[in-house]
Design a protein around this ligand. Structure first.
Ligand code: ADP
Ligand code: TPW
Length: 593
């Protein structure tokens, strides 16, 4: 990279911008250009957003300056796109919105990014501080900074053009360093038109050096973890999305293979090692968790997705009881250990640095786990895989989740580099367990919150960032949260194949109004809806698939042609359970584990 000055000179010619040359002809720049130049200086080349006052001109100027501006139909989808771009690249994804309502629409994505440890920056235009603070009723008035603060890892506002460089540098560092997260950057409308001397402007920009500095754990922490693992009779490794994010793929794989310890991938860590790896215990999960004696968490939290590390899932005698496991936790956050149960060996640092030291520490004489543990897991696994194969081989009419997903499983196997987006309840749970992933950071889903609405935003970003085909497996309810973005997919001609597993409703389509009135039940949608026509409306391909053969043909064609495609895969409306696999979290069901 050159100096800040040469970069800026190359990225935006301030003299060509109307009103940016003073009478004395000393060049001036303005807030618009400083924002664009600061982003470009830091290697950020894409903005996901939605224009309007006061940022329309910013989107135009960014495009003129060679940035990719991906314009959405709703800010939430742009925000989800930015967040997943951050997950895929380790560079904060940028979402740009207008004030109050646009900002609020983006907030779900900002909060979701923070919750999931994805680096993103939500940049919103805002109204005039003087008017907002006196609550005098400005256009789209709102105290956005105050509202964003509790939902973001950090929040900043820039009031003066000469501080734009610092504001963007701080936002980048806050989003990407340590535990990544969502950052809010408030840019009041007045800032964009502020002018300043172009040379001083260039000098005010900051090219962030080492935005996510490596953090090595202490040697004794590494030793403690290795000793504990060595002492285990039934060790288990859990890989989380933090491990996928860290891009330490080779060292993680080497550590798993050289220790010989069985592992379980969390949803978005699927594919970090291929799901077909012989050490994967995924198909024996309900055996491995309660039986393990030492569990090593790599970039995974002991939250609800892991039953808080206790209860019956872990072999505890009731839903609150500790199962007796000892834990090693590799994580960048020093506060994560002991969040739910005692962690005996915290290893705090970035996963790349931690894994390189752990790998170096195992040495040539490492003893693999006892054979009876490995055999017991292998036996359970073989039994469950055979059971699953039986279910997948059935060909019922209408299709069910299994017969449709057997097709998806083959398509992903044949196209391992395709990105894979997934949301819904049953559509999520069945897909996660049936469809194997083969490469890291390909599976992008509802994450820590189980949030619906990531579908089309993630799909757009995955296609833009990776250039690879994208397959989105969507529940019909899940799809509805972001469905209008099929226009965005068609507009940018992205190679996205959306498959809706359509069972006529939320969870399924068979509920009946308990009051007996004219309204359908709250979970029921229009029967036999023709979702594929939505894609056709914007020039993409729409397919109505009622058999696995039709689904296979449509998906193969979509991937071959790279044409935006929506397959309406009609499945049995009685298929699916309420809330998928987390029925037990519904209050009436009570907490069972
Ligand atoms: P999952 O849902 O897959 O179990 P979580 O989101 O619960 O994963 O956990 C991810 C963890 O990874 C977080 O605790 C976060 O601090 C950690 N993490 C994220 N990035 C890194 C990194 N580069 N190095 C170390 N830990 C990381
Ligand atoms: C932002 C609650 C969880 S899953 C789901 C909802 C509404 C949809 C399930 O139906 P779908 O899938 O998609 O048709 P399937 O296969 O079971 O039929 N609002 C938000 N997030 C969540 N999680 C919900 C509501 C929910």
């Amino acid at each position: 990279m050159g100096t800040a000055e040469s970069q800026v000179a190359a990225t935006s010619d301030v003299q060509q911008h109307p009103g940016t040359t003073t009478a004395a002809s000393s060049p001036v720049t303005d807030g618009f250009h400083l924002v664009i130049d600061a982003l470009k200086l830091n290697g950020i080349d894409t903005i996901f957003g939605l224009p309007g006052i006061p940022i329309t001109d910013l989107t135009r100027m960014a495009q003129a300056a060679g940035m990719r501006v991906i314009s959405f139909r709703h800010e939430q989808n742009a925000g989800h796109a930015a967040a997943i771009a951050g997950f895929m690249t380790q560079k904060p994804g940028i979402c740009l919105t207008v004030s109050a309502p646009g900002f609020l629409n983006g907030l779900v994505a900002l909060a979701n990014a923070t919750t999931n440890c994805f680096p993103m920056i939500l940049i919103s235009g805002s109204s005039e501080r003087e008017i907002v603070d006196l609550q005098q009723g400005d256009y789209e008035e709102m105290d956005q900074l105050a509202i964003a603060k509790p939902l973001a890892k950090a929040a900043f506002r820039v009031l003066h053009a000469e501080d734009i460089g610092v504001g963007i540098a701080r936002a980048i560092r806050a989003a990407a360093s340590g535990r990544p997260g969502g950052v809010y950057l408030d840019l009041p409308a007045k800032l964009f038109a502020q002018t300043m001397d172009a040379h001083a402007g260039r000098r005010s920009l900051i090219e962030v050096v080492d935005p996510a500095p490596r953090q090595f754990p202490a040697q004794d922490a590494v030793q403690r973890a290795l000793e504990l693992l060595k002492s285990a009779k039934r060790p288990l490794i859990l890989l989380g999305k933090g491990a996928a994010y860290a891009q330490a793929d080779a060292d993680i794989r080497a550590f798993v293979e050289r220790t010989g310890i069985p592992y379980l991938p969390m949803s978005m860590a699927k594919g970090l090692l291929p799901d077909t790896h012989e050490q994967s215990a995924a198909a024996a999960r309900s055996y491995a968790l309660p039986e393990a004696d030492v569990v090593m968490l790599i970039g995974a939290r002991l939250n609800w997705l892991l039953s808080h590390g206790k209860g019956k899932t872990w072999g505890g005698k009731d839903h609150k009881a500790w199962g007796g496991q000892k834990f090693v936790q590799v994580d960048i956050s020093p506060q994560e250990a002991d969040s739910n149960v005692r962690v005996d060996a915290p290893v705090v640092g970035d996963i790349g640095s931690c894994m390189s030291l752990l790998l170096a520490g195992i040495g040539p004489n490492w003893t693999r786990p006892p054979a009876d543990w490995l055999t017991a897991i292998a036996e359970r696994k073989a039994k469950n895989i055979a059971k699953m194969a039986e279910a997948l081989a059935k060909d019922p009419t209408p299709m069910n989740f299994h017969s449709a997903l057997a097709v998806v499983r083959d398509i992903v196997k044949a196209n391992p580099d395709a990105c894979f987006v997934n949301e819904g309840a049953n559509a999520l749970d069945f897909t996660r367990s049936i469809v194997d992933m083969y490469r890291p950071r390909k599976r992008l889903d509802v994450g820590t919150w189980g949030v619906m609405g990531i579908g089309m935003g993630f799909s757009v970003a995955a296609a833009v960032v990776s250039g690879q085909p994208v397959i989105a497996i969507e529940g019909d309810s899940a799809f509805g949260f972001s469905g209008m973005e099929v226009e965005t997919i068609c507009r940018y001609n992205l190679p996205v194949c959306v498959v809706i597993l359509n069972n006529n409703g939320v969870y399924r389509g068979t509920d009946v109004n308990p009051g007996g009135g004219p309204d359908v039940a709250p979970t029921v949608f229009v029967k036999n809806a023709r979702y594929e026509k939505l894609m056709e409306a914007f020039g993409g391909a729409g397919v109505h698939a009622t058999t696995p053969g039709e689904l296979r043909k449509a998906m193969e064609e979509a991937i071959r042609s790279r044409r935006p495609t929506l397959v309406n895969a009609v499945i049995d409306e009685a298929a699916g359970t309420e809330s998928g696999r987390i029925t037990n979290l519904n209050p009436k069901s009570g907490k069972k584990s």
